[in-house]
Design a protein around this ligand. Structure first.
Ligand SMILES: *[C@@H]1O[C@H](CO)[C@@H](O)[C@H](O)[C@H]1NC(C)=O
Ligand SMILES: *[C@@H]1O[C@H](CO)[C@@H](O)[C@H](O)[C@H]1NC(C)=O
Ligand SMILES: *[C@@H]1O[C@H](CO)[C@@H](O)[C@H](O)[C@H]1NC(C)=O
Ligand SMILES: *[C@@H]1O[C@H](CO)[C@@H](O)[C@H](O)[C@H]1NC(C)=O
Ligand SMILES: *[C@@H]1O[C@H](CO)[C@@H](O)[C@H](O)[C@H]1NC(C)=O
Ligand SMILES: *[C@@H]1O[C@H](CO)[C@@H](O)[C@H](O)[C@H]1NC(C)=O
Ligand SMILES: *[C@@H]1O[C@H](CO)[C@@H](O)[C@H](O)[C@H]1NC(C)=O
Ligand SMILES: *[C@@H]1O[C@H](CO)[C@@H](O)[C@H](O)[C@H]1NC(C)=O
Ligand SMILES: *[C@@H]1O[C@H](CO)[C@@H](O)[C@H](O)[C@H]1NC(C)=O
Ligand SMILES: *[C@@H]1O[C@H](CO)[C@@H](O)[C@H](O)[C@H]1NC(C)=O
Ligand SMILES: *[C@@H]1O[C@H](CO)[C@@H](O)[C@H](O)[C@H]1NC(C)=O
Length: 538
């Protein structure tokens, strides 16, 4: 029986081995990011969304938080998606610090949803987010926003072994975050160089700038979600950006028929992007000589990085299709004959540009149109990405640099401060470790249920008010990756209280009950436990 079973499984085993061989020989090699933080902020359990598992922020570090009220809202069908079900509410300047294993570009993806039953008016909370160098979001509030939730994707080149994300509330208020991703991008996906338009000259130095993804389109094709993109990107259908709907006609082929040349990988764009396209439709016009134009609303004070993706899936023979690409009415590529670059049909090709918005307007247009030298009056586009480029003060939102948003003592520029601070901090820390150990031991004997990680109060920026928690290697993940949640508590005193989120009935234990917190915590043994700080010391 056993041998019979083995024999019947043999083809499967052989297939698996063969597949392994293919994977290792590079044919299907999928990118594995060195840094891959998927964080469900304020959550008490893992959250699975689009095939990815987001781990609670508190599991990455100690359970004790100097700021932040994790309001775990009840699961409710009105939530946009599971990723928005929990929220961490932050008071005072707070930060998440990520250890970075490999320098280079990283996605920073932020998810915001002003959870209604959190006990705070998150709709009017001001949201400002910065990295060590760049301002990502400045004084955003949902009150003025036409949408229930918000997803933002940024990309920064991390050139040190940590990345800190600062969350800055406005005066005496709170800010919040629902989920964070910090994920490596392979080198070569986002370049250092591109071509400007009018005049058409190469510019370099892009690798030192931050990008914000503002549009990413799969022309003529379906929505591609994160699980179908090796870099977790989302590509939306382009129809709603067409200037004239009838100007475009969608065409598609089997994604398996797309043949990547050595210069393009699935990390540039998945085959689904190249397998569908817009071509010139029969726009019911006498003159068949027209452009397909996409119109985007942008902020005219910024420059944009534009990547156009092409793949000739419509021609019957090589060199039939020759067309023009325009960006903001300027010629970007004249007489583009894809065959001359690819040497075959169904082969992906892309080009990068840097351009301002249209002159004196908050619009950005991209057009393709027929070229007079072509045999065929047609034009095509498969995918389009538009990224906002950080400005001269290293901001993607407004004219305030990081230094003006953070207290001066937090500024990274103050290098001697850091060094002196670190030395003093180390000395103080060693002293405090002893104290902490005693405290911890005492605390442990009271509450054995939590495997708390040690807190090392360390004046990282040479400022004794800055409390930075250095988390030890995460015992739960078992890897060397670590993330810590820190906050400058600005000398204010916080009262700790805890939320007990019973699955049916989320009830907040008031600050007056803090004496019974340990008992309450002991009762909530497993997933339904989190901690809360009352910033006003109610
Ligand atoms: C949460 O997800 C992480 C990462 O996938 C996994 O290692 C861990 O076992 C999960 N924990 C639970 C309780 O599901
Ligand atoms: C879901 O949440 C919304 C907004 O808070 C609320 O109005 C609605 O009553 C909730 N529905 C259920 C079934 O809890
Ligand atoms: C933030 O925006 C609000 C309006 O939404 C404004 O009243 C306030 O002054 C702004 N704060 C800062 C620091 O710019
Ligand atoms: C914040 O509060 C301080 C003191 O309460 C005040 O001096 C300052 O002007 C306030 N800043 C803003 C942007 O409201
Ligand atoms: C990141 O920046 C460093 C230093 O400027 C540079 O050497 C490196 O090529 C950049 N990486 C990427 C992926 O742009
Ligand atoms: C392609 O065009 C057809 C006919 O106009 C339309 O029904 C279909 O939804 C389009 N597909 C996409 C992905 O836009
Ligand atoms: C995305 O992936 C899912 C599951 O792997 C699959 O069912 C779906 O057809 C894919 N869609 C696209 C557009 O790639
Ligand atoms: C054009 O397409 C968009 C998106 O599919 C749709 O919202 C709009 O109503 C269409 N306009 C016309 C004139 O068909
Ligand atoms: C462009 O090519 C497509 C696919 O071959 C075709 O359906 C369409 O009619 C062509 N457009 C024009 C304007 O000839
Ligand atoms: C396409 O748009 C460009 C830029 O606005 C313009 O110069 C060109 O004449 C247009 N082509 C056609 C065929 O309308
Ligand atoms: C973009 O705009 C800026 C400021 O308005 C200007 O200095 C720069 O020359 C423009 N760049 C291009 C390529 O037009």
């Amino acid at each position: 029986m056993v041998s019979m079973k083995l024999v019947s499984w043999l083809p499967v085993v052989v297939a698996c081995v063969f597949f392994e061989f293919l994977v290792h020989s590079g044919s299907f090699a999928a990118f594995i990011p060195s840094d891959n933080y998927l964080v469900a902020c304020g959550s008490s359990q893992n959250v699975t969304f689009q095939g990815k598992t987001y781990v609670p922020d508190s599991w990455h570090s100690s359970l004790t938080l100097k700021t932040g009220t994790p309001a775990v809202a009840k699961s409710n069908s009105s939530f946009p998606s599971p990723i928005y079900q929990s929220v961490r509410i932050l008071s005072g300047i707070s930060s998440y610090k990520f250890d970075i294993k490999q320098e280079g570009r990283h996605w920073i993806r932020l998810y915001f949803y002003p959870v209604p039953n959190s006990g705070q008016n998150l709709m009017s909370a001001s949201i400002t987010v910065a990295t060590d160098d760049f301002v990502l979001l400045n004084n955003f509030t949902f009150k003025n926003y036409n949408g229930a939730y918000m997803f933002r994707e940024y990309s920064v080149n991390v050139t040190s072994d940590t990345l800190t994300l600062f969350f800055i509330p406005s005066n005496n208020s709170v800010t919040f975050i629902n989920a964070i991703e910090v994920v490596s991008i392979p080198d070569g996906v986002l370049p250092d160089q591109a071509i400007t338009i009018n005049p058409s000259i190469p510019i370099s130095g892009l690798s030192e700038l931050a990008f914000e993804t503002v549009f990413r389109l799969n022309a003529g094709g379906p929505l591609i979600t994160a699980e179908n993109d090796t870099l977790g990107r989302i590509w939306e259908n382009d129809a709603k950006y067409l200037h004239v709907n009838s100007s475009a006609l969608n065409v598609s082929v089997n994604p398996a028929s797309i043949r990547y040349p050595p210069s393009v990988t699935t990390e540039i764009a998945p085959n689904w992007v190249y397998a569908s396209a817009d071509v010139m439709g029969d726009a019911n016009v006498a003159n068949m000589n027209f452009n397909i134009t996409w119109v985007f609303s942008v902020n005219q004070n910024f420059r944009y990085f534009v990547r156009v993706h092409f793949c000739d899936i419509v021609s019957k023979a090589l060199n039939n299709l020759v067309f023009n690409l325009y960006i903001n009415d300027d010629n970007a590529i004249e007489s583009l004959d894809l065959s001359s670059f690819t040497g075959a049909l169904n082969v992906p090709y892309y080009r990068d540009f840097v351009s301002n918005a249209s002159v004196d307007s908050d619009t950005f247009t991209v057009s393709v149109g027929p070229d007079s030298t072509s045999d065929m009056t047609n034009a095509t586009m498969n995918g389009l990405e538009i990224f906002k480029i950080s400005n001269e003060v290293k901001s993607l939102d407004g004219l305030s640099p990081v230094e003006s948003l953070l207290p001066r003592s937090s500024s990274k520029k103050n290098k001697t401060g850091i060094i002196i601070g670190s030395i003093v901090g180390a000395v103080v820390a060693f002293g405090l470790i002893g104290v902490c150990c005693c405290c911890l031991a005492a605390h442990r004997s009271k509450t054995n249920t939590h495997q708390a990680h040690p807190w090392l109060p360390l004046p990282l920026y040479g400022n004794s008010q800055t409390m930075t928690k250095m988390s030890t290697i995460s015992q739960k993940s078992g890897t060397a990756s670590c993330i810590s949640l820190a906050s400058t508590n600005l000398g204010r005193l916080f009262t700790f209280q805890e939320i007990l989120d019973a699955t049916n009935n989320a009830s907040i234990i008031d600050g007056g009950n803090s004496g019974t917190d340990d008992d309450a915590a002991d009762a909530a043994t497993s997933a339904v436990f989190s901690q809360l700080v009352n910033p006003r010391g109610r």
